[in-house]
Design a protein around this ligand. Structure first.
Ligand code: 6PG
Length: 244
C-alpha cells in the first residue's frame, strides 16, 4: 500500500490457530510462486512468539508445498545473544521449523552474533544479503513480521535509525530485553514481494489501531502500513479488540 490511498489488507481470524493456518498457506503459495518463476525463493523469518505456530504448520501441514530445496531463509532481526540462548530468534526457528524440513544448510542465513562488535555483525549480514541479490536492491519474496505492543516491528523501534536508513542491516539498541539487536532496515523490509504482519492478542490492540490509523506517522507499524508495497495484516479478534 503506498501513499495511504488504498485501504489496508487486514484479514481477521477467530484466533491464533486459524490465523496461523491461513497465513501459512499464503506463505507457501508465495514461496512456490517465486521458486517456479525465479528458480529460488527467499523467506524472511520474524522473531518473537506469534509466528511459532505458523512455522510449525509450514514444517507439518504445508511441508510438501514449500520448495525447501530452492528456499533461502533470512531473519528480519536477531537478539545479540548466542544461538543457544533461549532469546535467540535463530534458535526458535531451528526448533519450530528448520530442524524438521529438508532445507540445505547453506541456504539458511542466520544473523551472526559471534562478532565482538554488533556493528561488525550488521556489516557482515549486509554483505550476505547484498551478495544474495547480486548487488541489486534486496526484494525478498516472502517477509514475515510481528508487531510489538509499542508498535515496533522487527527490531525497528520508535525513532530508530533503522526507520529510514540506506543500510540493509543495522546494529541497534532496543528499549527491550536484550537491548543489543541486529535488524534489517524498514526500507528493505517493506520492499518485499509479499509482506505479512502477524498480530495476535489483546496486548496489540492499541499498536494495531495506531499502525492502521497512522495517527502517529513515525510509529514503525504505521510506516510499514504506509510504505509496504504488498502488505497483509494477519490479525485475530483479540488484537482487533473484538470480543464477539
Ligand atoms: C523480535 C521480533 C519482534 C516481534 C514483536 C512481536 O525479535 O522480538 O522480531 O519484532 O515480532 O516484538 O513479538 P511477539 O510475537 O512475541 O508478540
Amino acid at each position: 500500500m503506498t501513499g495511504g490511498t488504498v485501504s489496508p489488507d487486514v484479514r481477521v481470524f477467530p484466533d491464533l490457530e486459524a490465523l496461523s493456518d491461513a497465513a501459512a498457506a499464503w506463505v507457501a503459495d508465495g514461496l512456490e510462486e517465486s521458486a517456479a518463476a525465479h528458480g529460488r525463493a527467499s523467506f524472511v523469518l520474524s522473531g518473537g512468539s506469534t509466528p511459532t505456530l505458523l512455522y510449525e504448520r509450514l514444517a507439518t501441514r504445508f511441508k510438501d508445498r514449500v520448495p525447501w530445496r530452492q528456499l533461502h531463509v533470512f531473519w528480519s532481526d536477531e537478539r545479540y545473544v548466542p544461538y543457544s540462548d533461549r532469546l535467540s530468534n535463530y534458535r526458535m526457528a531451528k526448533e519450530t521449523i528448520l530442524n524438521q524440513v529438508p532445507i540445505p544448510p547453506h541456504q539458511v542465513h542466520p544473523m551472526p552474533t559471534h562478532f565482538a562488535a554488533p556493528l561488525e555483525a550488521a556489516r557482515e549480514y549486509e554483505s550476505v544479503v547484498t551478495e544474495f541479490f547480486a548487488g541489486r536492491p534486496p526484494i525478498f519474496d516472502v517477509t514475515l513480521l510481528g508487531l510489538g505492543a509499542d508498535g515496533h516491528t522487527a527490531s525497528v523501534f520508535a525513532d530508530s535509525p533503522a526507520l529510514a536508513s540506506a543500510h540493509v542491516a543495522l546494529a541497534v539498541t532496543a528499549p527491550a530485553d536484550p537491548p543489543s539487536r541486529l535488524t534489517l532496515t524498514l526500507p528493505v523490509l517493506v520492499r518485499g514481494r509479499r509482506v505479512g504482519v502477524l498480530v495476535s492478542g489483546a496486548s496489540k490492540v492499541v499498536a494495531l489501531a495506531a499502525s492502521l490509523s497512522g495517527r502517529d506517522p513515525n510509529l514503525p507499524g504505521a510506516v510499514l502500513a504506509r510504505t509496504a508495497s504488498t502488505l497483509v495484516w494477519w490479525v485475530d479478534r483479540d488484537a482487533c479488540g473484538r470480543d464477539n
